[in-house]
Design a protein. Structure first.
Length: 295
């Protein structure tokens, strides 16, 4: 390895060591409903969501109610993604006039994004409209990741609450995860990606003549916003067919470093004090390299 490569590794691990405890502590406060420095900016959005769906975030649920809410929520998420694909030809934000997605591809994609597996059996730039990418796939990247966190929180509470029969409130868990954790991290990363040249536009695909005199269509779209939550939410599918191998998604070493956001978020979920029944410490960020380190 060159000195530059060694320096990158040291910087990468240094960012993780510094950020994981801070992010973990912040997330613990969010999940416990405590006020954080983001509350003045985002608390209104949390309250608005509760009013729109008509729930009391202070009301705890038993395991049956929690599971029922989780299943219904994800079923409607699946249905939304499925229907958007089936009718995308007649929906707005489709400058390339892409046809409706076939029912079997739409079904596979909707199930895949609902379960956070995000298996991509299509070329995004030639199959999905901008609306499908944004309202369907990007939104589901947020919600499937938040669902995974909600399940983690319910499991942790079930282990630690030995004398109680409740597991928290599913709607509060998924709302707080999305509003206070996923949304700010994804917005920050999206801004960084745009600043480095990752495309983020609703303009139609430009048609150009190459130096060889051949006509070529250059795919564009709101890619940076989807790539950000793809990384933060540990989702697998990208905006373009080639995913992170596409030059419009990955422009060099700096944009490749976005993986650090993924590890900070993922290991931060393990670190939150008071939420981890196994008392794993900051060394958990090495879990991706050599296994968890627990006391």
């Amino acid at each position: 390895m060159s000195r530059f490569d060694v320096g990158q590794v040291i910087l990468y691990l240094g960012v993780l060591v510094f950020c994981v405890p801070w992010v973990g502590t912040y997330m613990a406060k969010v999940f416990e409903g405590q006020s954080t420095f983001m509350a003045p900016v985002l608390a209104w959005l949390e309250r608005l969501i509760y009013r729109l769906i008509g729930v009391n975030e202070q009301e705890e649920m038993n395991w049956r109610d929690y599971t029922k809410s989780l299943l219904w929520f994800n079923f409607f998420g699946f249905l939304l993604v499925f229907l958007i694909q089936l009718f995308q030809r007649n929906l707005p934000l489709n400058p390339e006039k892409l046809p409706d997605v076939s029912w079997h591809t739409a079904l596979n994609t909707a199930v895949s994004f609902m379960t956070n597996t995000n298996w991509q059996s299509y070329a995004g730039e030639s199959t999905m409209s901008y609306l499908t990418q944004m309202l369907g796939l990007t939104v589901q990247n947020f919600l499937s990741a938040a669902t995974g966190v909600a399940v983690f929180l319910a499991l942790t509470r079930g282990i630690t609450r030995k004398s109680e029969t409740t597991l928290g409130n599913f709607w509060a868990d998924i709302t707080r995860t999305t509003v206070y954790v996923l949304l700010p991290l994804s917005a920050l990363l999206a801004i960084v990606l745009v600043g480095q040249g990752v495309v983020q536009t609703l303009a139609p695909y430009p048609h150009v003549i190459t130096l060889e005199g051949v006509s070529q269509t250059i795919p564009l779209g709101p890619a940076a916003s989807q790539i950000a939550i793809k990384q933060i939410g540990t989702n697998g599918c990208g905006f373009f067919n080639a995913n992170s191998a596409h030059p419009f998604e990955n422009l060099g070493n700096f944009t490749a470093s976005r993986r650090a956001h993924l590890h900070v978020w993922k290991n931060g979920k393990i670190h939150p004090p008071g939420l981890d029944p196994f008392h794993c410490d900051v060394r958990n960020f090495f879990g991706d390299i050599g296994g968890l380190s627990c006391k």
